[in-house]
Ligand binder design. Structure first.
Ligand code: DAS
Length: 350
């Protein structure tokens, strides 16, 4: 192997990261990973978001062997209480830190209830290819076999790895690596709850190393057109859930409350109940509310002009995004445009 090649190769690797251990910031936001129970066998009915970042980091001294770690408590909540203000604060902090040369990657400790939403929001607004890894736990820090410490250890390794560069925001728990766009919580309480049904994991954490087998084909992070750096608020977008015998009350209430967008979580392929629901969505559309047809099913493509004449109604379809993720993309789309053709393009791009 020529000396020149060796020199160029080692320069390339060094470019990916400086010599020595990677510099990883851990931003804490609360959740079960920071939770405490009344006893070591309390794994439900504990209190989330009670343990601070320094305690979390001190509980895993092995972190020092895999990265130069610094911690910051951005906020401290159970993630069912997550809201747009917290998202904007977190996103701005993440982008400010990733712009620093002395930060190679970021881990965010987070409640598991809305990890799938925060991760997708960040996937669309982080302006860097550096790794951002979201981690949580299904058992509180005080429980026998608490999963938080090993999940945090693996997340720090992943955030400091070259393999994770450019992969988009990642969700890593239970030795599994998921993409932010497709991951969802599949079980109310088990440690293996985070999955990407049908489309699958991106890879695994094993033996202190990440192993990737695929990556997302959709735009994210540095390639995203969305920018929240100058935003102090996000447009109100709500979700209505479809079911047998559905009525129009929730739709009318969201419109009256000023929603700028409504995601309809329809039965099947995003079907709309007639005569109750479709006219209500038409009236909302005529008032300027952007309508996205998603599905409560959770997997598969919601086909444009399939179960509804979207061209005629001027509706948008969510592609494969579930309702809670479709809400996030529609919210960010509305910070750029109300043109439904442009918004449909965004749903086929991200
Ligand atoms: N309430 C849950 C939350 O904060 C606890 C957890 O699973 O993290 O999301």
């Amino acid at each position: 192997m020529s000396v020149l090649f060796v020199l160029l190769f080692s320069f390339a690797v060094a470019e990916a990261r400086g010599p020595g251990l990677p510099n990883v910031m851990v931003l804490a936001t609360g959740g079960t990973i920071a939770g405490t129970g009344s006893s070591s066998t309390t794994v439900v009915g504990y209190t989330a978001a009670t343990v601070g970042i320094e305690t979390l980091l001190n509980a895993v001294p092995e972190l020092k062997t895999v990265a130069n770690v610094k911690g910051e408590q951005v906020f401290q909540i159970a993630s069912e209480n997550m809201n747009n203000d917290y998202w904007l604060k977190l996103a701005k902090r993440v982008n400010a830190l990733l712009a620093q040369d002395d930060v190679d990657g970021i881990v965010i400790t987070h409640g598991t209830d809305t990890i799938e939403e925060t991760s997708y929001f960040l996937d669309l607004v982080v302006k860097s290819k550096k790794p951002v890894v979201i981690v949580g736990a299904m058992r509180p820090s005080t429980a026998i076999s608490a999963d938080g410490p090993i999940n945090l250890y693996n997340a720090v390794i992943l955030a400091g790895s070259d393999e994770a560069i450019g992969k988009g925001v990642l969700v890593a728990l239970n030795d599994q690596i998921n993409a932010a766009r497709d991951v969802t919580k599949n079980n109310t309480s088990t440690a293996d709850t985070f999955r990407t049904p049908e489309l699958g994991f991106l890879g695994y954490m094993q033996g202190n190393k990440p192993y990737f087998y695929r990556q997302s084909t959709r735009r994210h992070t540095a390639d995203s057109e969305f920018d929240v750096s100058n935003l102090d608020a996000l447009p109100q977008v709500d979700i209505v859930y479809g079911y047998a015998n559905m009525n129009r009350v929730a739709i009318d209430a969201f419109v009256a409350a000023g929603a700028k967008g409504i995601v309809h979580a329809g039965v099947g392929d995003g079907s709309l109940a007639r005569p109750a629901v479709e006219p209500a969505l038409d009236e909302a559309r005529k008032k300027g509310v952007v309508i996205v047809r998603s599905s409560r099913v959770g997997n598969g493509i919601v086909a444009r002009n399939g179960e509804a004449k979207d061209d005629e109604h001027d509706f948008v379809v969510s592609d494969t995004l579930n309702p809670q993720k479709a809400r996030i993309l529609l919210m960010l789309a509305l910070t750029k445009t109300t043109d439904t053709k442009e918004i449909q393009r965004m749903f086929y791009t991200y």
